[in-house]
Design a binder for this molecule. Structure first.
Ligand SMILES: *Cc1c(COP(=O)(O)O)cnc(C)c1O
Length: 367
């Protein structure tokens, strides 16, 4: 038996006629850039998240970059974030000449440890950027409260992995000043290329993001600010619209599969990422902690089970970043980077597949 790490083929088969029809409609009207599907998707996602504004952009990375630009982040500024994330989170800060200030993570969720934020704040702190890692929202209430106490520092949720998740009943992406997500194919809501989206309830920030997305243009050929070429293609928006048809079901399946893994692994005594009460995860990744990672990965591979490591090297250790960032002891990030292992996950993962994964894990555990 071979189990896909993320099963996009079964998803396409289930949605084939809807996706093909949506694509053909774009080919027929020919408005490939900012066509009607772009605004249609934005409206659907505004309704889904409850956020006043959705601005689609070319990628999750562009969503983060454009958000920081809209806040006016520049050289000399500091942005507090976590080193235990995909590189894009810190990359966009460095691209603007600002400094990522890292705080360590909680050992059992791998999300930013909110209790460490306050002592990282300086007069130069211009934003706090928590990451809702593996699909579970970070401690947004605590983070928002700290930001409010220190002169209303804007909070940007890097929700690239958590679209569809909730925090106290509210949707991820609508939990702070700005929320950013990604439609990279393997994310919980993916397109067939690159895409992403910015969410905010602030009219001025939304206007700035819309302009920055199109080269800082306020009217045709009037560039009132410096921007980027950061639009999401009409075709990619059409694909996400088609995928929304079964997205609620997919979130349910992800949660069902996540709960099943939890139960099987707890029975087997294998350590896993924990979920906090009052939050739901969309399990962008299902991640466990193993001390003999290489041996376990090899055993799983031999059994036809692919795995991945998110992430093997924290950003404070990355060659291009370590001298550009500010941090002290990132001991939990360093430790978890050695132990984390992500298992096959997705809405179409079968019970039999999960059983096979856990069987091999149990055999390899302690070996
Ligand atoms: C995927 C991801 C991004 C970047 O999204 P892209 O669409 O690939 O540019 C940023 N942050 C996190 C945490 C991610 O997982």
């Amino acid at each position: 038996m071979t189990i896909p790490f993320i099963d996009l083929k079964t998803q396409y088969q289930a949605l084939e006629s809807n996706i093909n029809e949506r694509i053909c409609r774009v080919l027929a009207h020919g408005q490939y850039i900012l066509g009607p599907e772009v605004r249609e998707l934005e409206e659907r996602l505004e309704a889904y998240t409850g956020s006043k504004h959705c601005i689609t952009v070319a990628s999750g990375t562009d969503a983060l970059l454009i958000s920081l630009m809209a806040l006016g982040i520049r050289s000399g500024d500091e942005v507090i974030t976590t080193p235990f994330t995909f590189v894009a989170t810190a990359e966009v800060i460095v691209l603007l000449g600002a400094t990522p200030v890292f705080v360590d993570i909680e050992d059992d969720t791998c999300n930013m440890d909110a209790s460490l934020i306050e002592k990282a704040i300086t007069p130069r702190t211009k934003a706090i950027m928590p990451v809702s890692l593996y699909g579970q929202p970070a401690n947004m209430d605590e983070i928002n409260a700290i930001a409010a106490r220190h002169g209303n520092i804007p909070v940007i949720e890097d929700a690239a992995q958590s679209f569809g998740a909730t925090y106290k009943g509210k949707k991820s992406c609508n939990l702070s000043t700005i929320g950013c997500t990604s439609f990279f194919p393997s994310k919980p809501l993916g397109c067939y290329g690159d895409g992403g989206s910015i969410f905010t309830n602030d009219d001025a920030i939304a206007k700035a993001c819309r302009e920055i997305r199109v080269h800082g243009q306020s009217q045709r050929y009037v560039h009132t600010r410096v921007g980027v070429g950061g639009r999401m293609d009409t075709l990619q928006c059409a694909i996400v619209l088609a995928k929304l048809e079964r997205f609620d079901w997919e979130v349910q399946q992800r949660q069902k599969n996540g709960a099943r893994y939890n139960e099987l692994l707890d029975q087997a005594g294998i350590r896993r990422v924990q979920q906090r009460p009052n939050r739901t995860s969309v399990f962008a990744q299902y991640t466990i902690f193993v001390e003999n990672r290489e041996a376990i990965q090899a055993k799983l591979k031999d059994a036809g089970i692919p795995t991945a490591v998110h992430y093997p090297v924290p950003l404070n250790e990355q060659p291009a970043y370590k001298h550009l960032c500010c941090f002290d002891f990132m001991s939990i990030s360093m430790q978890n980077a050695k132990w984390v292992l992500s298992l096959p996950m997705g809405p179409d993962l079968k019970e039999s597949g999960q059983n096979a994964v856990v069987r091999v894990l149990v055999e390899g555990h302690g070996s």
